[in-house]
Write a protein that binds this ligand. Structure first.
Ligand SMILES: CSC[C@H]1O[C@@H](n2cnc3c(O)ncnc32)[C@H](O)[C@@H]1O
Ligand SMILES: [Zn+2]
Length: 440
């Protein structure tokens, strides 16, 4: 008989859903983890005979999936959750959010808000998020502290803030931060011009140059509202996406956030240019921006991921809700019940996010050699009984409260719904203090 091999962690589960190969559901399998990386995925009996570990976890009623990837958020804005509701985008931004940001956003605000967001996301099965906010160095610090993974947005916007004075200052600070942390295992970076209406041609051109030089993703709000398109036509004589095309911004590095309003030709252009889209259904519904035609874009072969946007426009950072909405809206809008299947919706919320961020060799699916970024969902509950198909339940029946465990890089960050690296009570207290300040 062969000697057993040692493993740092072995997770046994009722189902393992690796996301790739497509539609695979492995029953009664185990994931073997060493040094934060998936070493084997085997039937439980084989894992038991081949490996031993001091850290052997049996999740007999659970589905194991890749950690969810939130492809667009502004984490620190959790501190503005519910501050201004029931408004359209520009009124919400101009008269409520931007004035509060001008007055209150600081390094402390970003630290407390981001940690609060990380706690909420971890409890909801999210292992990685793509962020866009002021003081990205503080976001990076919060991410390192809690053990998650994030793509840090190097923001550019044509107005000064407490973080930076002008576009060159934003770029300089962002690129210096990227240099500092370029080898950090939890972090990657995106250039993050806010939107076509808030960033000049000159700054966008510089960003195109840096994106090419660094082979960096670029993350921008695009075609979010009908008004955005009308005002671009007034100011530039072309729609925003055409303006970005002329500036050389379309390409495989682009993550176009929202894309609610677009023509057939624009969809084809995005496909031709191999761009990714971050679909944010709740935020688009709540701000009455519209409903992105995701089923068509997925059918065209465009890489579509899912984001929550911020807790100030959503008002949750709940990727289970976004996954379910993405699938249901796609069906209603196309009149086709199979427009976006449960398997497809799960892929949007995991692997497609990783592809958009250029980190799909590391995360986004459960495969040997990839990081052990894993979410466990407990199916031993009334609302998930009976279970004919765990993928159907994950998208159509489960909610974030069913997430029991989360690992990032093989480290347990959520243990039976208890946060391991963050103090929930302290985060709530800090949020309450900020609410008092923002109210004063
Ligand atoms: C430059 S930091 C990010 C900036 O974006 C603002 N914001 C938040 N949500 C949205 C959205 O849905 N569309 C456009 N801009 C948004 C946020 O308040 C920050 O100022
Ligand atoms: Zn946004």
């Amino acid at each position: 008989m062969l000697d057993s091999l040692t493993a740092d962690t072995i997770i046994e589960a009722r189902w393992i859903i690796p996301v790739e190969p497509e539609k695979t559901i492995l029953s009664d399998h185990a994931i073997v983890i060493n040094h934060g990386v998936i070493q084997a995925i085997l039937p439980i009996s084989q894992a038991r005979s081949q490996f031993i570990s001091h850290n052997h976890i049996a999740l007999n009623h659970h589905a194991i999936i890749p950690g969810l990837i939130n492809l667009h958020t502004h984490a620190a804005m959790t501190l503005m959750r519910g501050l201004a509701d029931d408004l359209p985008l520009m009124e919400w931004l101009k008269y409520h959010i931007w004035p509060v940001e001008t007055r209150y956003v600081s390094a402390d605000f970003v630290l407390d808000g981001t940690l609060l967001a990380c706690a909420e996301m971890l409890k909801g099965g999210v292992t990685c998020f793509n962020d866009m906010y002021f003081f990205p160095e503080v976001t990076a610090k919060a991410v390192i502290e809690c053990g998650m993974r994030a793509a840090i947005g190097l923001i550019v916007i044509d107005f000064p803030s407490a973080y930076a004075n002008d576009t060159d200052d934003y770029l300089f600070k962002g690129l210096s931060l990227r240099d500092c942390y370029s080898q950090h295992p939890q972090l990657s970076f995106c250039l993050a011009p806010h939107a076509p209406y808030s960033v000049s041609d000159k700054a966008l051109t510089k960003i195109v140059t840096y994106a090419e030089q660094l082979d960096s993703p670029v993350h921008i709000h695009l075609h979010e509202t009908h008004d955005e398109i009308c005002s671009s036509l007034d100011t530039y004589g072309v729609r925003p996406i055409e303006r970005l095309r002329q500036l050389g911004m379309l390409g495989p590095n682009l993550i176009a956030v929202h894309m609610v309003h677009l023509t057939k030709e624009e969809g084809n252009l995005l496909k031709e240019q191999n761009c990714s889209i971050a679909h944010c259904p709740s935020s688009n519904l709540k701000l009455a921006s519209g409903i992105a035609r995701i089923a068509e874009l997925v059918a065209l072969g465009i890489n579509v991921g899912i984001g929550t946007d911020s807790a100030a426009s959503n008002n949750r950072l709940d990727m289970f809700e976004e996954m379910r909405l993405a699938a249901l809206l796609a069906k209603a809008q196309s009149g086709q019940a199979d427009a976006l299947s449960a398997h497809q919706a799960l892929r949007l919320a995991t692997l497609n996010g990783a592809i958009a961020l250029g980190i799909d060799k590391i995360t986004g699916s459960l495969a040997i050699g990839k990081a052990a970024d894993i979410t466990a969902v407990d199916f031993s509950t009334l609302a998930l009984s009976p279970c004919f198909n765990p993928v159907s339940h994950l998208v159509y029946a489960a909610s974030r409260e069913h997430v029991s465990h989360v690992w990032v890089r093989g480290k347990l960050l959520l243990d039976d719904r208890e946060l391991v690296t963050l103090n929930e009570r302290e985060l709530i207290n800090r949020a309450t203090q900020w609410q008092r300040r923002l109210n004063s």
